[in-house]
Design a protein around this ligand. Structure first.
Ligand code: XMP
Length: 504
């Protein structure tokens, strides 16, 4: 499958989201660094992403403009990308406040090209960074916001810029705008899941060769899809499932059953004591994550012996939130599969991450195309560090046992009430602040648990779910009556951002 659209990454948290939207619209897009422009395969379109820099910064990321023009393909600049094109074409801009996002209303002045069949007054998600003050010669304004600021420009034939983010769902008609851009390409849609799957398998075969691979599986959709892909690629693979002691109730049995169903043999390593000992006394969330990430590596390599490669089911949101070296984005938290030791192995070429360009629902689609059972595909995401990040502060076996019971009640009740499949992720967190209550006429000084249920498209943003009160009441009653050690149940009504999905 040939790459059709190159998205040049100027460091926005949303760059890969542009890639994904273009793929959803049927064209094969891939992300490249701006400096890779000259090495691109023959593409039919180039999109310049947004980014945190200002074009007027001395070291602002650049583009080889002459080369870009020589490609003679439609070019779309988004936010930073638009400002960069504006500067290259000779326009001027006023540096503004950076990295502030917010809604605005689209006012269309030219309803051809980018804005054909798009409605004025629809919401767009702006990035209030630099604003255009003077247009380059020959350029025209296609649309403004309600304050009459230019938000879309046509620089010349085939060169367009938009100041807002069409790739985020908060830009209500962003998809149509991207579709209009893609209509300008001299190409028919060329992306489909079957060819993409074949391409991933071909890339795995080429990357792995006859080396032996260890692949950690958790039963979650990412590592399951990865294990099945490796299996289909026919490479020598050791799938290992580590019971860290921080799994959910009876999860080991469920995972073993799941892999039996997909016909893959896995090794289970029971390592609860080792993980708990390593975590003893640690309260810092980042340090907890690093301890767990490193211990996973120890267990994998000890168990699989002389393997030469580590395969991880890392997805794009893990990459962007961990913001490891090479990324221009800001670090939110270190995902277990991006600790320093993993990054060192990566630098040595000993890690493969075939899913790292994908979002969760793309992985689900890929999994469905490979016959992975629906129950496995629809499992809510579960973080690699497991219940450790749902036990803020120090982790202990006692706390984990309490949490496991409460979590099982929460999830079971969501399933029985028909809510599980309407929720993207539900989790239960044991909070460290005990409170006073009364159970059976006796003082109870016990833990609170916080329930969280969110919908999300890609884990980058999330909204809490309005679970009906009767269902919440049922969950709360069952937990308060059935779980020793809990005397208070809270429901978390925080969006991401500013909260994240997990507490740590
Ligand atoms: P946050 O809490 O950052 O989580 O909003 C976003 C999504 O990522 C999951 N998560 C992880 N997944 N390793 C993983 O494999 C990790 O270290 C990790 N930390 C968070 C989280 O459960 C949610 O789905």
């Amino acid at each position: 499958m040939e790459v059709q659209v190159a998205v040049l990454d100027y460091g926005s948290q949303y760059s890969q989201l542009i890639v994904r939207r273009v793929r959803e619209l049927g064209f094969y897009a891939r992300l490249y660094l701006p400096e890779q422009l000259k090495e691109l395969p023959p593409v039919q379109g180039v999109i310049l992403s947004g980014g945190p820099a200002s074009v007027s910064d001395a070291d602002a990321p650049d583009v080889d403009f002459d080369y870009l023009k020589e490609l003679k393909v439609p070019v779309l600049g988004v936010c930073y990308g638009m400002q960069l094109l504006n500067k290259k074409f000779g326009g001027t801009l006023q540096p503004g406040r950076t990295s502030e996002y917010g809604p605005a209303l689209l006012q269309i002045l030219d309803d051809q090209s980018l804005f054909a069949d798009v409605n004025s007054d629809s919401q767009i998600w702006m990035s209030h960074s630099d604003t255009v003050t003077e247009l380059p010669p020959g350029a025209s304004i296609l649309a403004t916001n309600e304050e009459k600021q230019a938000v879309a420009l046509r620089f010349c034939d085939g060169f367009y810029g938009i100041q807002f983010h069409p790739e985020v769902t908060h830009s209500h008609e962003g998809r149509s705008i991207l579709r209009n851009y893609l209509k300008m390409l001299d190409a028919a849609p060329g992306f489909d899941v079957e060819s993409f799957k074949k391409q991933l398998i071909d890339e795995i075969i080429e990357e792995v060769g006859d080396r032996e691979v260890v692949c950690g599986v958790s039963g979650g959709v990412d590592s399951t899809v990865l294990a099945v892909l490796l299996h289909k690629a026919g490479v020598k693979v050791h799938p290992i499932f580590v019971d860290t002691g921080m799994l959910r109730k009876e999860e080991d049995l469920e995972v073993q059953e799941q892999f039996k169903e997909v016909g893959i043999e896995i090794d289970t390593v029971y390592a609860e004591e080792r993980f708990l000992t390593a975590l003893a006394g640690e309260t810092d969330p980042e340090k907890k994550r690093v301890i767990i990430g490193n211990l996973f590596l120890d267990v994998f390599f000890e168990h699989a012996g002389h393997v030469e490669l580590l395969a991880q089911g890392t997805l794009y949101p893990d990459v962007i939130e961990s913001a490891t070296s090479g990324s221009k984005a800001s670090k939110i938290k270190t995902h277990h599969n991006r600790v320093d030791r993993v990054m060192d192995l990566k630098a040595e070429g000993k890690v493969i991450e075939p899913l790292a360009e994908l979002f969760k629902d793309e992985v689900r689609e890929l999994g469905a195309s490979m016959g992975i059972p629906e129950r496995a595909l629809n499992r809510h995401p579960f973080p690699g560090p497991g219940l450790a990040v749902r036990c803020p502060g120090e982790v202990s076996k006692d706390k984990l046992d309490i949490l496991r019971e409460a979590d099982a009640i929460f999830i079971d009740t969501l399933r029985s009430s028909g809510w599980y499949d309407r929720i993207w992720q539900a989790c239960c967190t044991l909070l460290p602040a005990k409170s006073v209550g009364v159970k059976g006429d006796v003082r109870a000084y016990e833990y609170p648990v916080s329930l969280r249920a969110v919908i999300s498209e890609d884990a980058m943003t999330a909204d809490w779910v309005e679970i009906p009160f009767p269902v919440l009441r049922e969950i709360s009653n069952k937990i308060l009556n059935g779980v020793k050690g809990v005397n208070r149940v809270l429901y978390d009504i925080s969006t991401k951002p500013p909260a994240s999905i997990e507490w740590e």
